[in-house]
Design a protein around this ligand. Structure first.
Ligand SMILES: Nc1ncnc2c1ncn2[C@@H]1O[C@H](COP(=O)(O)OP(=O)(O)OP(=O)(O)O)[C@@H](O)[C@H]1O
Length: 366
């Protein structure tokens, strides 16, 4: 799969940009804060209908404006998909493919696979379980639409259950039967989510371990452990047992929203025991495993977005990634860097068609 072009309007620090890409390597070069990462984010947005960095669409609208648009043409085999996403303050965003709106935006997710490697990836190791759940949920959702639907449904019901618990506390009254009906409705979704997460990890872990060995060339063993209250347990019983606690805390304390994916290195926590270099290898291996699984499942190479890797990674890891580029492991690549000479030096031995874009203060030139 390739992205032929990208147009943005009032997206982050861009008033307007219109770029035609190389099907191989594209480099965005410019000073810090000029808007290189924002272009990668616009590509991410086109593929996944959300930013990789900002939690709210309002943050993506250029300051002083009230809407933004991102537009681009993905080519899959001979088929062209012109995607346009428009967000206007206070309104629902509109996503169209070849001018036709999707019935459900979730249908778009996973159709145009993209993998982003960014300096923020180490948050997956350092932050709490929510970061990791979000990452794996997004990954599984791009491979499995039923999973995404179940997850959306579960999250909706969870929100309702939590607000009911809060209402009971506020009004000083309690209706266990009413809560029970909502709880029962959640259980099948919770069970499916847990089953799919467990099964996914069984497929993902060996691919991840292979990528880690390739990147680090060291002997430590890495694992990802699925930590959940659910497998092998009767969830209805667990929820019933937690009901008193839930009513005091006014939130649901049992369920897949409490799961974690624990990152281990020689059976120790990567967060506490892994060196900075090991943590970076760990997260890049996650992303390379994601790339490999997406490529296999979708029978096409995802776009690979590499943010600031020449600055943030040591030469050994950069060499490994470039070895993969030279071996044609990847398809279309988008790379950001603040130093043109450094990028040229790293890419000089590659035979691919390399296109360089100069980024300056929210504008792009060739
Ligand atoms: N909604 C917005 N409106 C206007 N400007 C914005 C908006 N969101 C982000 N920016 C600006 O975009 C700039 C950051 O762009 P970006 O992260 O793409 O930079 P970069 O070139 O990748 O820098 P670095 O090399 O430091 O990673 C900042 O100056 C920020 O203020």
């Amino acid at each position: 799969m390739t992205l032929e072009n990208l147009q943005v309007l009032f997206f982050k620090n861009y008033e307007e940009a219109d770029i035609t890409f190389s099907p191989h390597i594209n480099c965005f070069i410019g000073p810090n804060g000029s808007g290189k990462t924002n272009l990668l984010d616009a590509i991410h947005y086109l593929a996944l209908t959300k930013s990789a960095f900002s939690g709210s669409d309002l943050q993506n609208v250029k300051q002083g404006e009230d809407y933004f648009m991102v537009k681009g043409r993905f080519v899959q085999e001979a088929q062209k998909n012109a995607i346009q996403i428009t967000f206007k303050t206070g309104q629902k965003k509109i996503v169209t493919n070849n001018k036709a709106p999707y019935e459900k935006v979730s249908e778009h997710i996973g159709r145009f696979p993209v993998v982003l490697i960014s300096p923020y990836d180490t948050d997956l190791v350092r932050e709490g379980s929510e970061e990791r759940r979000k990452y794996f949920d997004s990954l599984i959702s791009q491979l499995n639409h039923d999973y995404l639907d179940n997850l959306l449904r579960y999250n909706y019901l969870l929100k309702q259950r939590n607000s009911l618990l809060k209402q009971f506390a506020d009004r000083n009254y309690y209706d266990s039967d009413y809560l029970g009906v909502l709880t029962e409705e959640m259980i099948p979704f919770a069970e499916k989510i847990s089953q799919v997460r467990l099964k996914f990890l069984q497929d993902f872990e060996p691919v991840f371990q292979k990528q880690y060995r390739f990147l680090s060339e060291s002997s430590e063993e890495v694992n990802i452990e699925y930590k959940s209250q659910l497998p092998g347990q009767d969830l209805a019983f667990l929820l019933k047992q937690a009901e008193r606690k839930d009513s005091i805390l006014q939130r649901t304390t049992v369920g897949p929203h409490k799961d974690d994916f624990v990152f281990l290195m020689d059976e120790n926590s990567v967060k506490n025991y892994g060196s900075q270099g090991q943590q970076k290898s760990f997260v890049i291996a996650l992303k390379l495993a994601q790339f490999e699984l997406f490529a296999a499942a979708k029978n096409q190479k995802p776009l690979l977005l590499l943010d600031d890797i020449f600055d943030r990674l040591d030469e050994k890891r950069i060499a490994k990634l470039l070895e993969m580029v030279a071996n044609h492991t990847f398809g279309q690549l988008f790379i950001t860097d603040s130093h043109a000479e450094r990028t040229q030096l790293f890419l000089k031995d590659l035979a691919e068609d390399i296109r360089t874009f100069l980024v300056k203060n929210g504008s792009v030139s060739v």
